[in-house]
Design a protein around this ligand. Sequence first.
Ligand code: AMP
Length: 284
Amino acid sequence: MKSATTPDGVRRITRDWRKEGRRIGFVPTMGALHLGHRSLLERARRECDRVVVSIFVNPLQFGPAEDLTRYPRPLARDRKILREEKTDLLYLPRRDRLYPADFRTRVGVSHLGELLEGKHRPGHFEGVTTIVAKLLLAVEPDRLYLGQKDAQQAIILTRMARDLDFGVRVVVCATVRESDGLAFSSRNAYLSAEDRAWAPKIYRSLTEAAGQLRSGALRRPKDAAALVRRRLSRGPGRLEYAVAVHAETLEEPSTGDPILLAVAYDLGKTRLIDNIHLRRWGRS
Ligand code: AMP
């Protein structure tokens, strides 16, 4: 596995690959790799000739009260996983090179970045789009692999890639879950034993509501969101939102629209998000 710590270092390697006609897949991560990340790596490995992975805990996307300093950074373990997954290049950017003291530029996707997660984490998506734009400009991949787990992030990055003509195809991969349904997340490691035992209820309530919408037992998406809210209202933490929105625009859905049932839940100091994407629903 090759490695690089600067944009120029990455570019030198990927430009050579491109000259040889290789298809390059890119998986950006914040490390603390788990089976969710692995599914992205496997998909990239299957579909591309070269796989590039970045690990960077991006300060720009963390709010002042968030977990930037305590975010897990098990680098030796991550390297081992990346070698097992046959990663070709690990990009480990140096923070001072990506964000020198006089760094001033921000990339943002208006409106989409201010809804849902954006409302509760001001500036978060601008941090995400800025770093991913920088990473894409260094790696210049053919395909960008993202997880459905972070549905709004995937929507926003797809929009950014189109609007700014990055020429990259975005591939969104299904959410990978533990056997009890909890979506894998690097942040699950923070949960206390009791909170971890309760956490699968989030996905259970989503599947119940999605099932009722699919079967026609619930007729309106907002009734499905209300059911999720009822199911999660007496938990140990705080429900931030449970919504049913148009799966691409995040607006109020009309009959027949694809729907995203999405939840954010504060459990102790850990913020969990999850969602279900429903392409078809209702009896008709
Ligand atoms: P992160 O390291 O949390 O920034 O995530 C890196 C990428 O992995 C993002 O595209 C995430 O959406 C994706 N990802 C994280 N958790 C999962 C999961 N449980 N299933 C599928 N993809 C995931």
